[in-house]
Every structure is written in structure tokens, then in C-alpha cells.
Design a protein around this ligand. Structure first.
Ligand SMILES: Cc1ncc(COP(=O)(O)O)c(C=O)c1O
Length: 493
């Protein structure tokens, strides 16, 4: 039973107090709301608090860690500074908070109808990021990135998008700060979700299905196969090539990098405050992982409580979910690999399926990336994260249960987490445990209705990615760059 707490209640485990007004949370209330002053004033940077130093990105030409100056042609200087910063708290500019006010703070919901349907003693909460104009958590970083680029005089940003959530978020954010935006959208998603592309155009972006004939790399694939389904790795290569070959243009990434995940911590900081207002603390924090930004944005502030300030009242478990069709965390290999297919990026230390990975055309387009954020991979390697993989048929079954109990139609990506949450809640039913589960409902699925139709009509395939393919891809990488295994940074982890 959720207890009503007064506004003045201060819990011993909360580091950051934000002002905000709680809706009185009596037993019928579904939402915990903060007012706009409750938007955090600082992001939480996990870098100084990791259990081991983060292995650096490597320049494949020098075989040395990448120097900040080498990234300046690609990213805004402030973002590079944040990427490498060891400061734990980084102030959020007022102009960025001002834009966040359009939809933040986001509500924390109690999934009472789902609990009742499952007859579970578990208490299930979700942070709903689908209330942002583009419909997901992605604008939390898009707005910050567009702002810093605008401040540094950049005129255009390029990017890739899988599901279309990230591309539409950057289109939205660049529009607000008067920048142009070019989006390379994985062709499989472009065909599956034409409305996402239209949304980006409504916000003024130009958009190309990838591989496209706009870049040298895109053309090399497009000319061989104009129906090439594309991949996030290919679209990243195209967006990077476009950025570095045009003046006053920079590239923007929607996941994986430290600064991106850090911008997402507004979610976890708000959620901590919201749970505190109802005198709850999660036993489990769960989220899906494409590159790791939504999940990290929610769990990092709780990681801070459990492992850094050590003021958490519980030893919270952090659970990450992914598709069996793109099983980076459950089957990937921890090594250095390129972040894109054309091998233009630095080598990143991550669990990878190989940078030439072409995913099955599953509907969770945002979870089809061949690697994951280096911070997340380090925490996984060190045993701080429990990963689970699910196939898309069981995922859509869970999504449908959620839609029919809670009403919100979830995006396919967080539906992987809903599958986990339902399984865990049913386990609690068997054992009688009153676990408190918090998960990230990081996007709505109103542009994913074709996927729901395919599920209803029995057309979805339960893809599993063959382990053999992962081994072959990484053998190719190691025959090309045999020195990778000699790099000292992953030893002893
Ligand atoms: C709704 C949604 N959730 C999750 C993801 C996966 O990315 P990340 O792991 O960075 O949150 C995406 C990516 O496009 C997405 O659109």
C-alpha cells in the first residue's frame, strides 16, 4: 500500500532535493507528479563513480586513446568536454530547462490495473517518457545537444535514426534552436514507419532512407541494392560522412556516448524524488537497451544511492532487456569494435555483435544496434547489471497486455522491459514477495501500429541471432586489426 507523505518529508537516502508538488497519493491515485520547478538543475555523471576506470576510445590510426581535439570536427566542444568530464554533477543550462518545461517533469505512474490483472503482490511503477512531443525520452539529450551546437555557431546537425524516435527528437530540438537537421533513417524503418519521417519533415528536417545516394559510403551500398534494408551502423557512417565533409555542420548521436546517457539522468533524478514522495524505493529498476541511454538515464541516480552515497534503503537490482534478434548483452563479446559499419568512428570498448552486423527487420528498430554504451558494458562486465533477452512475439504479447490494462500503447522497445516486469510480477505472485519494480516506459507506440497489426495477424517471427555469425564477424575484425587484443585497457576487468 502506498502511503501519503507530506511535502516536507525528506528521506535519508535522497541526495538531491528538488522543489515540486506531489499530487496527494492516496490509494486511488495513479500518478505522482512534480511541478516544473522539480525539473533537475544538474545532470548526474557516473564517470567518477564507476567501479573501474572506463577504458578509453581508441583511434585506430594511432592505436592510442582518442584526444579531445580529434573529436572537434564531429561534435560541439562542450559535448566533448562533458564526454570526458570527471565532475559528478553538471549544471543544466536554464535555456535547456526552459525547453524541458514543454513536457517535463514526466509523470510516474503506478500500474495498478496491470497489478490487478496479474494478481501480483508486487508494486509496479513506470516513468512515462512518451509525453514528450516526439513521444520518447530522446529529446532529453537532443535539446541539450542542439543548444550547445547553437551556442558554438554550428548551423546544421546530421544524424541517423533507427525507429525514427531519435531522428524526430533531433528534428524537434534543432527547430527550437534555429538549426538545420539532416536525418539518415534506416531504410527498413523508413518503409515500416512512414509517419515518423513525415513528423521529422513537419519539424523542418530533411530526411533520407539509408543507405542513400547522398554520401560516398551510402552510394557504395545503394548502387548494388537500392532496396538494401540498412542498419544503424550504416546510417551512422552516412551521417558522419555528411558532417565531416560540410562546413559548419556537426554530427549528433542519440545514445551510447557518456554525455548522451548523462543528459538522460533527468529521468532517474525525477523518479527518485517521485518515489520518495510516496515513501517507496525500488527493489528493481528495469529498462530496455538499444545503446543504453533510456535505461542508464533511469538507473544511474539509483546506482548513486546504492554504490556511491550508500544511502539507499535497499540493494536495488538493475535489469536490462534486449531482443534475441540483437542480443548484444546476452551473447555479444566484450572487446574493442567500431561504432559504425564504414569504420569511421573510434574503437569503443563494448559488448558487440560485430560492426558489420545486419539485424533482422524486427519492429523494435531502436534496439537493433550492434554494440552498447561503454559505461553500460563496463557495469555489465563487473556484474552490476542483469541482462535478459526476449523474442518479439513474446514482447508484443506483453505489450498487448499492458495496452489492455494500463491503456497506453507502448513502443516496441520498452515492451521488452514490460515482458520482464510481467514475468517478475508473476514470480512474486508465486512467492508472495511484495517487490517494488520501477521501469522505464521510454516511449509510446502510436507510430508502431503496423507492428501491432503484424502481431495480431500472426506475421511476427521470433528471430534469434546465430552465435556463429557473431564469432565470424569478430574474427573478421581481428584479422583486420590484430593488435586489438594487445590493447591493455580491457585486461583485468
Ligand atoms: C522508444 C525507444 N526506446 C529505446 C530506444 C533505445 O535506445 P536507448 O537504449 O539509447 O534508450 C529507442 C531508440 O531509438 C527508442 O526509440
Amino acid at each position: 500500500m502506498v502511503l501519503l507523505k507530506t511535502m516536507s518529508a525528506k528521506s535519508k537516502y535522497t541526495h538531491h532535493q528538488h522543489s515540486g508538488i506531489a499530487m496527494p497519493n492516496n490509494s486511488n491515485n495513479r500518478k505522482v507528479l512534480l511541478d516544473e520547478d522539480g525539473i533537475p538543475k544538474e545532470w548526474y555523471n557516473i564517470l567518477p563513480d564507476l567501479p573501474a576506470p572506463l577504458p578509453p576510445p581508441i583511434n585506430p590510426a594511432t592505436r592510442e586513446p582518442v584526444k579531445p581535439q580529434e573529436l572537434e570536427r564531429v561534435f560541439a566542444k562542450e559535448l566533448i568536454r562533458q564526454e570526458m568530464s570527471q565532475e559528478r554533477w553538471i549544471p543544466i543550462p536554464e535555456e535547456v530547462r526552459e525547453v524541458y518545461r514543454l513536457w517535463r517533469p514526466t509523470p510516474l505512474y503506478r500500474a495498478r490495473r496491470l497489478e490487478q490483472y496479474l494478481k501480483t503482490p508486487a508494486r509496479i511503477y513506470y516513468k512515462f517518457e512518451g509525453v514528450s512531443p516526439p513521444g520518447s525520452h530522446k529529446p532529453n539529450t537532443a535539446v541539450a545537444q542542439a543548444y550547445y551546437n547553437m551556442k558554438e555557431g554550428i548551423e546544421r546537425l546530421t544524424t541517423e535514426t533507427g525507429a525514427g524516435q531519435w531522428g524526430s527528437s533531433l528534428a524537434f530540438a534543432t527547430m527550437l534552436f534555429g538549426l538545420k537537421c539532416t536525418v539518415y533513417m534506416v531504410r527498413a524503418s523508413y518503409n515500416q514507419k512512414p509517419y515518423r519521417a513525415i513528423l521529422m519533415r513537419a519539424w523542418g528536417a530533411e530526411i533520407y532512407p539509408s543507405p542513400s545516394n547522398k554520401t560516398n559510403f551510402g552510394r557504395s551500398l545503394y548502387e548494388k541494392d537500392p532496396n538494401h534494408p540498412g542498419s544503424l551502423g550504416i546510417a551512422i557512417s552516412e551521417a558522419l560522412e555528411d558532417a565531416v565533409t560540410h562546413d559548419n555542420t556537426r554530427y549528433s548521436l542519440g545514445s551510447v556516448l557518456n554525455h548522451v546517457l548523462m543528459h538522460q539522468t533527468v529521468q532517474g533524478l525525477e523518479a527518485k524524488r517521485q518515489m520518495e514522495m510516496i515513501d517507496e524505493y525500488p527493489d528493481i529498476v528495469a529498462g530496455c537497451v538499444g545503446g543504453g541511454s533510456s535505461f542508464s538515464g533511469l538507473f544511474w541516480p539509483f546506482y548513486y544511492d546504492v554504490y556511491v552515497s550508500k544511502k539507499a534503503p535497499k540493494k536495488t537490482k538493475f535489469v536490462a532487456t534486449e531482443p534475441t534478434a540483437c542480443p548484444t548483452m546476452t551473447k555479444g563479446i566484450y572487446t574493442y569494435d567500431f561504432g559504425d559499419t564504414a569504420k569511421m568512428t573510434p574503437l569503443l570498448p563494448m559488448y558487440t555483435l560485430g560492426s558489420d552486423f545486419i539485424p533482422a527487420p524486427i519492429h523494435a528498430g531502436g534496439l537493433r544496434y550492434h554494440g552498447d554504451a561503454p559505461t553500460l558494458c563496463l557495469l555489465l562486465k563487473k556484474g552490476y547489471i542483469e541482462p535478459h533477452a526476449y523474442n518479439q512475439v513474446e514482447v508484443f504479447e506483453a505489450a498487448s497486455i499492458f495496452a489492455r490494462t494500463e491503456g497506453i500503447v507502448p513502443a516496441p522497445e520498452p515492451s521488452h522491459t514490460i515482458k520482464y516486469v510481467i514475468d517478475e510480477a508473476l514470480r512474486c505472485k508465486r512467492t508472495g514477495e511484495e517487490k517494488v519494480i520501477l521501469f522505464n516506459l521510454c516511449g509510446h507506440g502510436y507510430f508502431d501500429l503496423q507492428a501491432y497489426l503484424d502481431y495480431f495477424e500472426g506475421r511476427l517471427q521470433p528471430f534469434e541471432y546465430p552465435e556463429e555469425e557473431i564469432r565470424r564477424s569478430l574474427e573478421r575484425l581481428k584479422s583486420e586489426l590484430p593488435w586489438i587484443d594487445q590493447l591493455p585497457y580491457l585486461k583485468n576487468l
